[in-house]
Design a protein around this ligand. Sequence first.
Ligand code: ADP
Ligand code: ZN
Ligand code: MG
Length: 479
Amino acid sequence: MKYEAVIGLETHIEIRSKSKMFCSCANGSGAPPNTHVCPVCMGYPGVLPVPNRRAIMTTVRAGLLTECTIAKFSKFDRKSYFYPDMPKNYQISQYDLPFCEHGRIKLEGTGLSGAPLPDKYIGITRIHLEEDAAKLVHSAEGSGVDYNRAGVPLMEVVSEPDMRSADEAYAYLTSLKEIMRFGDVGDCDMEKGQMRCDVNISLRPVGQKEFGTKIELKNLNSFRAVHRAVDYEIWRQSELLDRGEKIRQETRGWNDDQGESYLMRTKEAAHDYRYFPDPDLMPVVFTDEEIEAVRAALPELPAAMRKRFQESYGVTAYDAGVLTADRELAAWFDASAKKAKTPKLVANWISSELLRLLGEDKISIRECRITPEGLAELTDVISSGVINGKIGKEVFAEMYATGKSAKTIIGEKGLAQVSDSGAISSVVAEAIANNPKQAEEYRAGNERVLQYLVGQVMKLSKGKANPQLVIAELKKQLQ
Ligand code: ADP
Ligand code: ZN
Ligand code: MG
């Protein structure tokens, strides 16, 4: 490859909050159009915006989670533009004094292509807070505007141009989403428009220091689309450069069905937003104590959790990834692992059985009848030999269906493993008597039939005999 790609992302993330950014209208999707509106978010004259303090503190939390410096003095500005989705004809945003600056996010694991990622951080230039615009709705009957989303608190996370490939962009977005979800900032569901991403991308000859001219890509509806679009743009821009053409600064859209980008507007058509401080809103001032209080309450992030699960619970890297795919699941596992004698077994049961059942029933871990303590108890009775793994599955299924504890089920159904030597010796004798041919083969030196005989003993004992003792007793009696 002659060229190196330079990529910076601008990501909008809706903050989860009860009310909108500057009024008390509810923040929530799914309501009938234009039911969450009031004179403030509709931009009627004579009203005053009142900032949502919790949304501001959530932005500060987002900044601390991405290692940003928090501004002790910041303000809101008006960004002027005229479009039906903006009832006031300006958007309240932040221009030169955002809440958060100079952060970073570490890339982790592998990219979408499966190739390992370089060990590096992606810089966060800034995170600022603004109000979301309304949604334009186009249908057969015509076009309309739904103002329910107008005024919803929205963060913009601007990255440094630190990414060099589609994989890195994908991994950055994956980590960003994970951090914001675990940090309780927002759900970041791209399909619901809670996370929206613009990609800036340029090429430069390998070895050149200066950046090339960037183009901005919009309309990216999934992380996968971002990955495809970056690869496509690298190809398209390489072709242009190879032909000796210059890249023009332009905004392009991404058509995911056709797998290509298209011209939306050139630099000449760029907006002049005429930012100026919003005279209706006071600057926002934080003390060190206020910032430190937010820092002290930060939750553990998934990357740290994965490390801890591997180090203190002996979980595999793969299972650690599965267990931290979701915040509730990670907390559930953590609670269970803390109680269990063999936490690794807890991880195995979750990834092999529990997630499958939850998936089949389309329910979340929160709705599951098994408690973290309950699964810990099940793994304990298995690892201490009260029941074997096979019976464990039966007990687990019953726990899942009824919510009863493992010990209760084992007691009710008489499932406890038989380790009594007299009892084992008599079933072993019975199995040998029932299978004289196989017993003879074993004595003649075919050790593989032992497994068959173990199976016969297990069958006779309805799966309850302790397999280790069965093997020892078989060997003894067959001698
Ligand atoms: P603009 O003035 O067009 O808004 P900014 O400098 O504010 O550009 O950067 C916007 C985004 O574009 C940032 O995420 C930044 O990292 C990225 N970016 C800036 N320059 C380049 C470049 N030459 N190639 C790729 N991305 C870039
Ligand atoms: Zn409102
Ligand atoms: Mg800019």
